[in-house]
Design a protein around this ligand. Structure first.
Ligand code: ADP
Ligand code: MG
Length: 229
């Protein structure tokens, strides 16, 4: 029964969001259409051409972002539960974010748990999405560069992952709004990333704690009780 309530709630959320997702995707499509039309005009400088092309790509990426954020929320049935080696995932994450971080003048640091293996049960694909969402937000919070640290440790029998940035930070009010659909402070944001991440971690029996200070930075702390070694 508990599962059914959770499922019904999720389906309600999914269908509520579907309508706004359709609306949200129409905007970038309309804008891409307009810029393609502009690209066809004759007396266009190469600079303008490049600029319009860049806008088209950005808008298409935005549409893609909305779709994949939405799908990962809606598609709960394709779940495969397996053992997730957290050191390995941290390494995977490090490699994935390295280019993106370098490009944005961000030093990426990683600290593994060396003592032993540390693993949790869950859907690896979804878990990666959580780390990627949080990592991407962290990088986007440092427009002038900074430091991003990924750290795995074991504390009182739980696995703890810290993702810390030295970015713009959030007020207590902003932190409270995290995880609500469409809460975004970005021009091209979807506001679905944290909602999806919170749902996935909750499903894995984990908790997310956020420490943030405006102007100083933000630390996302993921804690999992049910570790398998
Ligand atoms: P999006 O990234 O598309 O805006 P998210 O759900 O991923 O949507 O994030 C929602 C909002 O939370 C962001 O727009 C931003 O304001 C805030 N946020 C999330 N992570 C951080 C962070 N590390 N530093 C500062 N603000 C953050
Ligand atoms: Mg995001």
């Amino acid at each position: 029964i508990q599962d059914e309530v959770v499922n019904t709630e999720r389906m309600k959320l999914v269908s509520e969001i579907a309508a706004s997702v359709a609306h949200e995707i129409r905007n970038p499509l309309t804008s891409v259409r307009g810029f393609i039309q502009l690209l066809g005009t004759k007396e266009l400088t190469p600079e303008k051409k490049e600029q319009y092309k860049a806008i088209c790509f950005a808008e298409l990426d935005r549409a893609e972002g909305i779709i994949s954020d939405y799908l990962s929320l809606a598609r709960n049935d394709l779940e495969v539960i397996e053992e997730i080696d957290l050191n390995a995932e941290l390494g995977y994450m490090f490699n994935l974010l390295l280019n993106y971080a370098n490009f944005n003048n961000i030093r990426l640091h990683v600290s593994y748990y060396e003592e032993s293996k540390l693993a949790v049960m869950g859907d690896r694909h979804k878990f990666r999405q959580v780390l990627l969402n949080i990592g991407k937000n962290a990088i986007e919070a440092m427009p002038n560069g900074g430091d991003l640290s990924l750290e795995l440790s074991k504390q009182a029998g739980t696995a703890v992952i810290r993702i810390a940035d030295t970015g713009i930070g959030m007020s207590a009010d902003q932190v409270k709004r995290l995880g609500t659909p469409y809460y975004s402070t970005k021009d091209k944001g979807t506001g679905l990333g944290t909602m999806v991440s919170f749902n996935i971690v909750k499903k894995m029996g984990g908790m997310i704690h956020i420490d943030s200070e405006p102007g100083k930075g933000t630390t996302f702390v993921l804690q999992f009780q049910n570790i398998s070694i």
